[in-house]
Design a protein. Structure first.
Length: 77
């Protein structure tokens, strides 16, 4: 499931169209639809993988740059 699919489902549950969501967020017409191929997510994942950090870290949702299961894996005795 792409980020677009998730947003589309959330908008449907809220009873608004993608276009209405774009208007409410101040986005240009069609911006969210550009995410249908998942290219934005793929690019973000590539950057995260390159630096071996989580996408949540890049998005500011997690203060630790470590990836999920790897947290604490680099601890030296």
């Amino acid at each position: 499931m792409t980020i677009y699919d998730r947003i589309k489902e959330l908008a449907r549950l809220k009873g608004i169209s993608i276009r209405e969501l774009e208007k409410q967020l101040g986005f240009s017409n069609g911006l969210i639809r550009q995410w249908t191929k998942g290219t934005k997510t793929t690019s973000l994942e590539k950057v995260a993988n390159y630096f071996n950090v989580s996408t949540d870290y890049l998005l500011g949702r997690d203060a630790s740059p470590s990836k999920g299961k790897d947290k604490g894996a680099n601890v030296v005795d």
